[in-house]
Design a binder for this molecule. Sequence first.
Ligand code: HEC
Length: 183
Amino acid sequence: MRNFVFGVVVTILVLLIAGLGLALLGFLPTRANRSPGKMENHIAMSALDNSVDRHAPRLNNPVPPTDENLIEGVKIYTTNCAGCHGNLDRQPSPFGESFYPSAPNLIRDPPDDPEWHLFYVIRNGVRYTGMAAWDKTLSDPDIWKVTAFLSRINKLPPAVQDFVKASNAVPAPTSTPEAHDHK
Ligand code: HEC
């Protein structure tokens, strides 16, 4: 039994050292203009979702979804996020698609995660991706406002839709297909 455990430990160590060696010798690809494989994507997205579930406090959005706050959310989104996550005109973002993993188009394909989940991701960022932590750039109430907007993209009140139309000269993105999970 002792020999067996010893064997398992040695095997794991050898594999770890071999992996590290291959990385240090330059065998790992670094190009970002490739798409992650299906398996890599699945494992990474599950690990991310489960980590957020484990770490994020279950907070309710303290900012009420009034027209005014949602319009603020639209402005915060357009200024800070649209370059990577897609403009309100719903066109693809070649820049956002150039990350590894690519930035999801949050307007065409709105997230259906709960608000506490979005708040946590936006505030703290996602390690090893292009998604920065916004806690040094945006105040918590501003992060909640953009969260409120992202959670309601397909059901914005008329005044907010009007604002989107007027500021972007495009129809508000209310007729996109049902929101779904980015898994
Ligand atoms: C420089 C590009 C960039 C900017 C700017 C950016 N993001 Fe991201 N964001 C990304 C990338 C890349 C990912 C994908 C991370 C991943 O797949 O794990 C991401 C992921 C996300 C996710 C998770 C989506 C999901 O399906 O789980 C949310 C929510 C998000 N960003 C919101 C925002 C908000 C809100 C802003 C503006 C305050 C913003 N991002 C600004 C690049 C960016």
